[in-house]
Ligand binder design. Structure first.
Ligand code: AMP
Ligand code: ZN
Length: 495
């Protein structure tokens, strides 16, 4: 292994709230579990951002030569809004008048198509909650046997207080003490089934009209949401594994409950060594979310068909936009921010394409090795993609300077520069060179022509040549290209 690759990776562990050196359980191997989507509606860009952060982390470990088992589940049953509510998939099935499994199929296909569009690598295993009902029932039996769960009116609940009295640490991840937990859960408690309001459902009795139902020792019902991740991560990665990921909003209660369940099943064995949480993508300063409607869909960005957008953007530009922020920072979405990212992305790709035109000679004073090390250092510091991108732009500057001033670089230097850029831009950040594709180069040409006409129309208006200005606008409209005049100038959309 090359030197920079052996440098240790530091990851921010939400459990210890600090950066820690990453030490895998089995040398050279990484066990990674990430909570997948609940497939009851289309994924929005916020969901995509979280999965993209873990795709980048997965890619980096693979690049370093680790053997990674990456498990990302599909939640196709059991995701309740609270313990008294209906399963989200059942609710949607009723609304759309479809079988629950039709809902699951529809949105799983959509999820996969989107991830493919955005150049994601497939995980090693993509298990489903409904495919692991037997294992979930077994885990509940284990918790009942360990007296940390109890049955009540056909449902089974986790006994949070008892778990803590017996050495458990419910609250350890979200840093909540029991008083906080109780005051947060009390108002949700509409039923007297539970011993205490903070107890959570492991198994819920199905009412006669509930369509997703399975037989169990406690009657016909369905599993609670938190249990599937405990069961599937344990099954595929072991009682203790390396990394568990998800969005920050899953820390409580989902991940907190996962820890408690694992420990209740496995006699307090710590299930996860490093908890990694991604921060939220916001829109208008508010978290993007399915339920509030404050979101934008990935396909709307690719087509430009959303009022929040001035134009369409390619998947690579969106990916670059996400990678420009650290995965633990909030990122606010806007059309302007995407446009700025597009400029940066094009600069990076242009410089990379220019590498083939750079002249070489015997001597070079530039220390490419040191720059390469800086790229690795950035990634080794909790996957700091914005710093990595800053280093990639140093390379862009250098390439442009070589070109403009007709300078030369050594053959070895050029090779190192080119291979390192290739590794980080394509393999690690997962970008694609849009200008490589015919469609996008045609789109770029079309944009260029329209921008030129917009400029000509602006000149015409300044010269009070209204006839020409109107002619340009109307002719473009006849071709399906609509001009929009705004305070910051004229933009266009293609129908
Ligand atoms: P869900 O399907 O709602 O369980 O969400 C799937 C993943 O997307 C989870 O890891 C969430 O934490 C994450 N997520 C949800 N909303 C956002 C957001 N606005 N920004 C980033 N990640 C999000
Ligand atoms: Zn989960």
């Amino acid at each position: 292994m090359e030197l920079y690759k052996t440098n240790s990776i530091k990851v921010y562990n939400s459990l210890s709230k600090s950066k820690e050196e990453f030490k895998p359980i089995h040398q050279g191997n990484v066990g990674l579990y990430v909570c997948g989507p609940t497939v009851y509606s289309n994924v929005h860009l916020g969901n995509v951002r979280t999965f993209m952060s873990f795709d980048m982390i997965y890619r980096y470990f693979l690049h370093l030569g680790y053997k990674v088992r990456y498990v990302r589940n599909i939640t196709d049953a059991g995701h309740l809004t609270d313990d008294n509510a209906e399963d989200k998939i059942s609710t949607k099935a009723r609304l759309e008048k479809l079988e629950p499994m039709e809902i699951v199929q529809k949105y799983t296909v959509d999820f996969h198509e989107i991830l493919q569009e955005f150049n994601f690598l497939s995980p090693s295993i993509e298990p489903t909650a409904t495919g692991h009902i037997v294992e979930q029932i077994e885990a509940i039996k284990q918790m009942l046997e360990n007296r940390l769960a109890y049955e009540s009116m056909g449902s089974v609940y986790f006994d949070v207080l008892k778990y803590n009295e017996e050495g458990g640490d419910y609250g350890v991840l979200s840093k909540r003490n029991m008083d906080d937990v109780i005051s947060n859960t009390r108002q949700l408690d509409g039923q007297s089934e539970k011993k205490n309001p903070q107890d959570f459902a492991l198994w819920k009795k199905a009412s006669p009209e509930h369509i997703m139902r399975w037989p169990s020792p406690w009657g016909v019902g369905f599993p609670g949401w938190h249990l599937e991740c405990t069961v599937m991560s344990t099954k595929y990665l072991g009682e203790t594994f390396d990394i568990h990921g998800g969005g920050m909003d899953l820390k409580f209660p989902h991940h907190e409950c996962e820890i408690a369940q694992s420990k209740a099943c496995n006699h307090h064995t710590n299930p996860v060594n490093y908890w990694l949480h991604t921060n939220m993508l916001t829109l208008n300063g508010q978290k993007m979310s399915k339920s509030t409607g404050n979101n934008i869909l990935p396909r709307e960005i690719l087509s430009g068909k959303n009022d929040k957008l001035n134009k369409s953007f390619s998947a690579s530009v969106v990916r670059f936009f996400c990678m420009q922020a650290h995965y633990r920072s909030i990122l606010d979405f806007s059309s302007d921010a995407l446009e700025a990212s597009e400029k940066g992305y094009l600069k990076l790709m242009t410089a990379y394409s220019e590498l083939k035109n750079i002249k070489t000679s015997d001597s070079s004073s530039i220390n490419i090795e040191a720059w390469k090390q800086q790229c690795y250092d950035a990634m080794n510091d909790d996957f700091n993609t914005p710093i990595l991108i800053a280093h990639l732009f140093e390379a862009v500057k250098f390439i442009n300077q070589l070109k403009e001033e007709n300078e030369t670089i050594s053959v070895a230097g050029l090779e190192l520069l080119s291979s390192t850029m290739g590794v980080f831009v394509f393999d690690v950040l997962g970008l694609k060179n849009d200008s490589d594709s015919d469609i996008s180069s045609r789109e770029n040409k079309l944009s260029g022509v329209v921008e030129m006409l917009i400029k000509m129309r602006k000149n015409a208006r300044e010269n009070k040549d209204w006839a020409l200005s109107d002619e340009i606008r109307d002719e473009l409209l006849a071709l399906g290209i609509q001009l929009k005049d705004g305070k910051d100038g004229t933009t266009f959309s293609v129908s």
